[in-house]
Write a protein that binds this ligand. Sequence first.
Ligand SMILES: [Zn+2]
Length: 349
Amino acid sequence: MSAPTPDAAIPAPHGSARVHEPRRGDCPWCGSARLRNRLRTGDLRRHRPGLFTVDECRDCGHTFQNPRLTAEGLAVHRRAVRGAPRDPATERVLALHAVRHRRRAAARAMLPFGEPESWLDVGTGLARFPQSAREYFPYTAFDGTDLTARVEKARTLGHVEEAHVGSLTDPAVRARLAGRYDVVSMLHHLERTTDPRAELHAALDVLRPGGHLLIETVDPRCAFAALFGRWWLPYDQPRRLHLMPRRNLRAALEERGCVLVTGGHRAAHVPHDLAGLAALALSHALPAPDTPWRAIPPTPFRRRLRTVLLRAGTPLVVAAAAADLALAPLLRHTPFANAYRVIARTPGS
Ligand SMILES: [Zn+2]
């Protein structure tokens, strides 16, 4: 597949702001200096400027953005920008009805452990997961944390009882919530945090003794990652910072005395690898879209051509999405599964 021109020469959206930390020479998970480069890519999904690198530790398999974006750089890339292009095909892949189905499956996975009194969903956004989980746990009090004020909106809508804006690793948030919860959930949250190990420890601190931590996260060992390279949608650069192999997560939880009560790929696989590849490849094979950071906007003809060709290519993405769904029952048992679920019980009663 032909590579789109890197946009590295284009200044970042906020001129002088430093968007990258210094590049690190060691693995942020185990400290090993044996790193290898996995990929270099631009922001394939949102067409924002910048070039990003993902490295992998040869010793523990931890996969991470290196150099990492600064907090300011991350905020720029996570914010909606007026006039920024949205690829209808890619957005549709991400918004497949299967997302709701997966939230319900994650909630059902907690049924064998009884009805919790209190449940904290970390990185909850508009608290769609607590909404789904309530179908199975109608008497549980759900709270949420998020880096953005969306969690406040979720509270006013009645989706959560308490809303905490900020990181769970923030000492003030952590102290306020210490030892309060029967369940803490982190669904596709760890990969977006700057320090996933600190985030894990904070989650364990807010659990009661004998409480349960529910995690779903991307598996960097997925065979699609090696096959598709930077066109593998779950890399989602530059928004995903750390991808952890399951054994690393398991070891970190066991170090804290947790018992893994379940863990596997079967239920957590997200069937969107082929559709993601088709949508990203289609979007980048066409004339580039207009963006607020382009010095010379495309001509009206090229703009129109892009719209028409994107529409014409949509059946390809739909066919790939159908193939994803059809293959999911098989792939989720193979190295092609792209995510895993871990449920750990903290020590105590
Ligand atoms: Zn490592």
